[in-house]
Design a protein around this ligand. Structure first.
Ligand code: HEC
Ligand code: HEC
Length: 217
């Protein structure tokens, strides 16, 4: 199993605080593609304490973990659409300890019972696209806002002057080491193709395909 836990603080606390506003867990089996989602959400006066946390799969997980139906409603899969684990420059700081499975099978466990069937696992696979060498691009946020943010087409809110300029304006590929001119040469047409496929995924050249739900298809 590959398991990733994200402890999110949405307001500023002291640096050593282990109180969180949200704790998210992804558990993924790279051999079968099976993926489970867990979410604990704190209230403004009672954040989730990251020290005394019962496992979401314990017999009595406590009130802090959402029921699967509530997690399904929160739409994790709208962003985690190309595979279980996502990159951003933020999580990129600890990328050496993160699990990855960019091309493995991927499906949500028990989709119809809890509502995870609404999370599309569908990829855009136009041929000879230089953005598709390291991972898939999903039809949700990955091809939308995230591609625009990662390619300098749109600057995320809050970016300072340095983050607005190349190279930090371009999150992809990670640790890029070329000039903006070579970046454009290699990737600009591919980004344009992804953005066009995102808007109209039924174009034949976009090669829209369901991500394999198991190693056997
Ligand atoms: C708006 C898009 C979006 C939604 C919705 C979303 N995530 Fe994420 N998630 C991200 C991004 C982007 C990252 C990479 C780290 C970062 O920048 O926050 C990430 C990272 C994570 C990580 C750390 C491992 C990794 O993939 O890097 C976990 C665990 C996680 N998300 C779980 C969840 C769960 C559970 C939900 C639903 C309750 C959820 N996410 C909803 C965008 C999203
Ligand atoms: C050299 C390898 C490489 C290339 C080339 C590359 N990426 Fe990525 N990209 C990554 C890795 C690694 C991740 C983390 C995803 C994973 O491991 O499944 C990622 C993640 C992403 C994400 C976040 C969504 C997610 O699932 O994590 C977007 C959006 C993205 N890439 C867009 C692009 C675009 C657009 C291009 C072309 C300009 C591109 N990438 C080219 C390595 C690459």
């Amino acid at each position: 199993m590959q398991v990733a836990v994200m402890c999110r603080q949405k307001k500023i606390r002291s640096a050593d605080s282990l109180d969180f506003d949200e704790i998210d867990v992804i558990a993924h089996n790279p051999a079968t593609g099976a993926t489970c989602w867990f979410q604990a959400v704190g209230k403004s006066e009672t954040p989730v304490n990251g020290v005394h946390l019962v496992s979401p799969t314990a017999p009595a997980p406590g009130a802090v973990w959402n029921e699967p139906q509530a997690t399904a409603k929160d739409g994790c899969g709208a962003c985690h659409d190309a595979g279980p684990f996502m990159y951003s420059p933020f999580v990129g700081q600890v990328w050496n300890v993160m699990p990855v499975d960019p091309f493995g099978p991927y499906f949500h466990v028990d989709p119809d019972r809890f509502g995870f069937s609404g999370w599309l696992t569908v990829a855009l696979s136009p041929r000879d696209n230089t953005c598709l060498g390291c991972h898939r691009i999903g039809v949700g946020e990955t091809c939308g806002q995230l591609t625009r943010w990662m390619s300098g087409s749109e600057i995320p809110p809050g970016a300072d002057a340095v983050a607005q300029r190349y190279p930090l304006s371009h999150g992809m590929p990670p640790a890029l080491d070329q000039t903006l001119q070579s970046w454009d040469e290699i990737y600009a047409a591919s980004v344009a193709e992804i953005r066009s496929c995102c808007q109209r995924p039924d174009q034949a050249s976009c090669n829209r395909t369901k991500i394999a739900a198991s190693p056997h298809g």
